[in-house]
Ligand binder design. Structure first.
Ligand code: ADP
Length: 184
């Protein structure tokens, strides 16, 4: 059983590390950003509403996100573990997740640390449609205000590990796996 949460601000290299981790552990990658983009591409009313919020870097409602995650975690492939990516992002989401998983909780929450200027450069380089300078700035602000406090929460649960996100993908991957193995 490997239940992981990937934290770290946008541009920290989470996407890359998540892809490597799910291969290593053979667990599903549950990315709320990816699930939302899939909803947007369906062109439904809900998708259009989500797109308007995502385009400016704001957060989609906790209720919507918790509903999506609850459904996904109920799938058979998530019963032996999972890697949550981009979730939880707010205190309400963290509380909702813990309620869903009670009494077991998660095994490790990984925080990948990079300075803001490195994160911004990486986001501008990948050039996704919602990676405008304004939306990037807003996402970093929201990360600091809403998501960074969750580090304290996971730390108090005894499951937080912090990993230096600078260096090659391989360097970071080695640090992440090492940190997980020492803390699970
Ligand atoms: P990034 O890592 O660049 O923020 P994501 O793919 O994780 O990209 O998310 C893209 C957008 O989707 C976010 O800017 C936000 O609008 C929305 N989103 C994703 N996950 C969540 C979440 N857990 N809570 C609220 N909004 C979310």
């Amino acid at each position: 059983m490997t239940r992981l949460v990937m934290l770290g601000k946008q541009g920290a290299g989470k996407g890359t590390q998540c892809a490597l981790l799910v291969k290593h552990y053979g667990i599903p990658h549950i990315s709320t950003g990816e699930m939302l983009r899939a909803t947007v591409s369906e062109g439904t009313e809900l998708g259009l509403q989500a797109k308007a919020i995502m385009d400016v870097g704001e957060l989609v409602s906790d209720d919507l996100i918790l509903g999506i995650v609850r459904e996904r975690l109920a799938q058979p492939d998530a019963q032996l573990g999972f890697l949550l990516d981009g979730f939880p992002r707010t205190d309400a989401q963290a509380q909702g997740l813990m309620a869903m998983l009670a009494p077991s909780g998660i095994d490790v929450a990984i925080d990948i640390e990079v300075p803001d200027n490195v994160a911004t450069e990486r986001m501008l380089a990948r050039g996704r449609a919602d990676d405008t300078p304004e939306a990037i700035q807003r996402r970093l602000e929201l990360y600091q205000a809403e998501t960074e406090p969750l580090l304290e929460f996971f730390s108090s649960q005894g499951v937080l590990v912090s990993v230096d996100g600078l260096g090659t993908e391989r360097d970071v991957q080695d640090r992440v796996i090492d940190a997980i193995e020492r803390n699970r």
